[in-house]
Write a protein that binds this ligand. Structure first.
Ligand SMILES: Cc1ncc(COP(=O)(O)O)c(C=O)c1O
Length: 406
C-alpha cells in the first residue's frame, strides 16, 4: 500500500481554523519581488505579504541582521533595556517629526489598542473615539469596533463602547463630537477600504477640530506608513506635512516581515501611559528591532523612498491605459486599481476583484483584492522598473481577455 502524505491544502482543511479565504497556492520561497510555489512555479509578488515585505523576500541585509541578533539575544522581555529597541525608538521619533516616545508591540491591531487606551487615559472619563466609514483598524474587539466596515463586526455581539464610525466628511465628524469624545482615529490613506486617500484639507480640518475640543488626533499608518507611499509618513504623501498628529500606529512594513508593531505618542502626552498601565511580553524584542533597524538602514542606503515614488508613478500611469481599469489611485507603492465588472467564466464565483486576482495568479502575478472592485498593487519598495513593466504586461493580457459587463 503506498503511504501517500496529505497535500498542504489537505492539512490546512483538516487542521487550520478557516478564518481566511486563502488562494489555492502554497508558497515555498522568495527572492526580492518574486516567489516560487511548492512545485517550483515562479510568480511576481505584488502583495509583499499585504504591504509588509518592504525590502522584498530574502534580502541579505535582513537575513544578516536577524541571524546575527539571533546569535546574541532573541528575547529578553521588557523587564530589561536592549540597544536595538532604544535605537529604533529614536529612529521612529525622528520619522514622526516631533518630540515624543514610542511603545512597541507585535501587530497593527495591538498598536491601535494602545491608542484606544491612550485616548481613555487622556480623556479622564471621556472614552469616545470617532473613526471613518470604510476604515480598517484590526481584528481585536477594539479593532472591529473602530473599523468602519460592518462585515468585520457581524456575529461578534455588542461592540466595545464608545466607537462611532462616520462618513469621511468633516461635517459628519464634527457632528459626532460630543461630551464623551476623547479622540479621532483615521488612516490617512485607507488601505483595506480600497486605497482611498484622505485629502490634506480634511486632515487639517480634523487637526483643528481636535484642537477646538481637546481631542487627540490619531493616525493609523499601519498600511500607509513607513515608506510605502514614497514618504516616511503616509499623511505627508497626502500633502498634509504641516499636520502633527498626537499619536501614530505602525506595523506591517516596520519589520520587513518580522512581526512588530509600535505607536509613537507626542509630547506632552508621551508619559500618560506610565509604569504598569500597558505592556506586552514580546513587544520590541531585540530580534524584531534588529530586523526593523536593518529595514530602515536599507531603505535609507538604497534610496528606496525615491524608488517607491518613481515605480508608483510608472505603475499608475501604465495602469491608466489598461482595459477595464476605471481609476488608478494611491501614492507610491500603495496602489489601488478600480476595475469594472466582467463576465464570470465557468466555475468562477465571487466579486470582480476576487475573480481578477485568481486569473492574475494563474498568469503569474500576485495582487491583493480590496473590496469588490479594487485590486491593490503592493510590490516591495525595491521593485525594479522591469518588474513593474512585466506586471503591467500580465495585467494587460488578463484584462484584455475579460469580457466587460455593461
Ligand atoms: C490600516 C490598518 N490598521 C490596522 C491593521 C491591523 O494590523 P494587523 O493585521 O497587524 O493586526 C491593518 C491590517 O491590514 C491595517 O491595514
Amino acid at each position: 500500500m503506498p503511504n501517500e502524505q496529505p497535500s498542504t491544502a489537505e492539512l490546512y482543511a483538516r487542521h487550520v481554523v478557516p478564518t481566511y479565504g486563502r488562494f489555492p497556492l502554497c508558497l515555498a520561497r522568495g527572492k526580492g519581488a518574486r516567489v516560487w510555489d511548492e512545485d517550483g512555479r515562479e510568480y511576481l509578488d505584488f502583495t509583499s505579504g499585504i504591504a509588509v515585505n518592504a525590502i522584498g523576500h530574502a534580502h541579505p541585509a535582513l537575513q544578516k541582521a536577524i541571524a546575527e541578533q539571533a546569535g546574541e539575544l532573541v528575547h529578553t522581555s521588557n523587564l530589561f533595556l536592549t540597544r536595538p529597541q532604544a535605537l529604533l525608538a529614536a529612529r521612529l521619533e525622528k520619522m514622526a517629526g516631533a518630540r515624543g516616545k514610542v511603545f512597541f508591540c507585535n501587530s497593527g491591531a495591538e498598536a491601535n489598542e494602545g491608542l484606544y487606551k491612550l485616548a481613555r487615559k487622556h480623556g479622564g472619563g471621556r472614552h469616545g473615539i470617532i473613526t471613518l466609514d470604510g476604515s480598517f483598524h484590526g481584528r481585536t474587539l477594539g479593532g472591529i469596533a473602530a473599523t468602519g466596515q460592518s462585515k468585520v463586526k457581524l456575529g461578534f455581539g455588542p461592540p466595545v463602547d464608545g466607537f462611532v464610525n462616520v462618513p469621511p466628511r468633516i461635517e459628519c465628524v464634527a457632528n459626532a463630537v460630543n461630551g464623551s469624545t476623547a479622540a479621532i482615529l483615521v488612516e490617512p490613506i485607507q488601505g483595506e477600504g480600497g486605497v482611498r486617500p484622505l485629502t490634506a484639507g480634511f486632515l487639517r480640518a480634523l487637526r483643528k477640530l481636535c484642537d477646538a475640543h481637546g481631542l487627540l488626533l490619531f493616525f493609523d499608518e499601519v498600511q500607509c506608513g513607513l515608506g510605502r507611499t514614497g514618504d516616511w509618513c503616509g499623511w505627508h504623501a497626502s500633502g498634509a506635512d504641516d499636520v502633527v498628529p498626537d499619536a501614530v500606529s505602525w506595523a506591517k512594513g516596520i519589520g520587513g516581515g518580522f512581526p512588530l508593531g509600535a505607536f509613537w505618542v507626542r509630547e506632552p502626552y508621551a508619559d500618560l501611559l506610565g509604569p504598569g498601565t500597558h505592556g506586552t511580553t514580546y513587544g520590541g524584542s531585540p530580534l524584531a528591532c534588529a530586523a526593523a533597524n536593518a529595514v530602515f538602514d536599507t531603505i535609507e542606503a538604497d534610496n528606496l523612498l525615491a524608488n517607491a515614488r518613481e515605480r508608483g508613478e510608472q505603475l499608475r500611469e501604465g495602469a491608466k491605459t489598461l482595459p477595464l481599469v476605471r481609476e488608478a489611485r494611491g501614492a507610491g507603492l500603495l496602489i489601488g486599481l478600480e476595475i469594472g465588472d466582467f463576465a464570470p467564466g465557468q466555475e468562477e464565483t465571487g466579486t470582480a476583484a476576487l475573480r481578477l486576482t485568481l486569473r492574475l495568479i494563474k498568469a503569474g502575478l500576485l495582487v491583493v483584492p480590496a473590496g469588490e472592485q479594487v485590486i491593490r498593487l503592493l510590490p516591495p519598495l525595491n521593485v525594479a522598473a522591469a518588474e513593474c513593466d512585466e506586471a503591467l504586461r500580465i495585467l494587460r493580457e488578463v484584462l484584455a481577455a475579460a469580457k466587460p459587463l455593461p
